[in-house]
Design a protein around this ligand. Structure first.
Ligand code: NAP
Ligand code: F7E
Length: 334
């Protein structure tokens, strides 16, 4: 039985990846950091099948101890301060965790588990002010936030360890991926949660920032399959994972509100406090390499993703015994 080690198990991707690897028959060791208020809700349904351990990307010795103890076959480094907006307020912390944290992981692997295959969670935010559209593995980087800058550091650290020490280290350049388990600070889940709250009469308004930003949004469950496939190939390499379509925040709102029979224009207002000092206006990925070399394909399209997220937020309220007071429930939920 192969052992996989995941950092970032309390996050969105950690839970989907753990599910996928358990289904494939892996022993899954998952790292979380110490918290006064630990939140295990995203993986509670599989917790008894996981080996949970404690460590922190800020603490080199904890990473080395865990690599020596578990000697994993595959390591997925998903942990990060991942919220772009927050990275402008906490740039040093973001650099420490999202940037230097990758180097700490690479050193722990090099010194304590050098035969392991390593996956780094890189990001389309590295493209930032894009040089070309669509973006591929060879598009130059121009990050637009401390988060993007930190991810560029982590990406090149991963490439450098592959080239310097012959380590099997891959960088997955993943475009935005969402799900009902997405944090409510990210725009997609903020919208789906507000749509449900508005339908149930809990809220009357949704305040957003830049409605014209365009993103290539996919489903997290599809994207974690790509991570695993990268580590199964003969050769370590870098891959873009994306849907190849792009939509505005406004379009996301439109479909989300339509799902409950409402018009987004009646509820959405723009609040400049959600603008960023520098914005990434357009992302659109070309995942041809991952499709041809790894055989990866996404299964959920944009409309399906929006509806999945809105439905999940409606259901959360329905199980509490509440009923909607505005609009109408989608057919499948009535
Ligand atoms: P997420 O939900 O924000 O999860 C981040 C995880 O990192 C959480 O488990 C968090 O733990 C953990 N973490 C933060 N600081 C840590 C530290 N110092 N030590 C150990 N763990 C720490 O992010 P996600 O959406 O699942 O994304 C997974 C990874 O992919 C991230 O690296 C992200 O930057 C990257 N990425 C995401 C997307 C996307 O669209 N989702 C796209 C490209 C790349 P706590 O619960 O304790 O905070
Ligand atoms: O913003 C705009 C905002 O915060 C998307 C992370 O997973 O994907 C994510 O980063 C867009 C931006 O995600 C609001 O200005 C408008 O243009 O959902 P987001 P992100 O910044 O794209 C990448 C690939 C990652 O790697 C990151 O870890 O939506 N927007 N109004 C808003 N965004 C938020 N959060 N809130 C608003 O009210």
């Amino acid at each position: 039985m192969k052992t996989a080690f995941i950092t970032g198990i309390t996050g969105q991707d950690g839970s989907y990846l753990a599910e996928h690897l358990l289904d494939l028959g892996y022993k899954v060791v998952a790292m979380m950091r110490r918290s006064a208020t630990p939140d295990t809700s995203r993986f509670a349904h599989i917790e008894d099948r996981l080996t949970i351990c404690h460590g922190d990307l800020m603490d080199q010795s904890s990473l080395m101890r865990l690599m020596s103890e578990h000697k994993p076959d595959e390591i997925y480094n998903l942990a990060a301060q991942s919220f772009v907006h927050a990275s402008f307020h906490e740039p040093i912390h973001t650099s420490e965790v999202t940037g230097l944290g990758v180097m700490r992981m690479l050193e722990a692997v090099r010194l304590c588990a050098p035969k392991a295959r390593f996956y780094q969670a890189s990001s389309s935010e590295m493209f930032g002010d894009v040089f070309e559209t669509p973006q591929t593995e060879t598009t130059p980087f121009h990050p637009r936030s401390p988060y993007g800058v930190a991810k560029v550091y982590g990406h090149w650290a991963t490439v450098n360890y592959r080239e310097s020490y012959d380590m099997f280290a891959c960088s997955g350049i993943l475009f935005n991926h969402e799900s009902p388990r997405r944090g409510t600070e990210f725009v997609t889940r903020k919208i789906s949660d507000h749509v449900a709250a508005i339908a149930f009469g809990e809220k009357n308004q949704l305040a957003l920032g830049n409605l014209d930003a365009q993103r290539d949004w996919g489903f997290a469950g599809d994207y974690v399959r790509g991570m695993h496939l990268m580590l199964q190939h003969d050769k370590a390499d870098d891959y873009v994972i994306s849907t190849g379509t792009t939509q505005t925040v406004r379009e996301f709102c439109k479909i989300a509100f339509e799902r409950v029979g409402l018009n987004y224009e009646d509820y959405v207002v723009v609040d400049p406090k959600f603008f960023r000092p520098a914005e990434v206006e357009l992302l659109l990925g070309d995942a041809t390499k991952a499709k041809e070399v790894l055989g990866w394909e996404p299964e959920v399209d944009f409309q399906g993703l929006v509806e999945m997220m809105v439905d999940a937020d409606l259901k959360r309220r329905m199980v509490m015994g509440n009923s909607p007071t505005r609009g109408s429930l989608p057919e499948g939920l009535v």
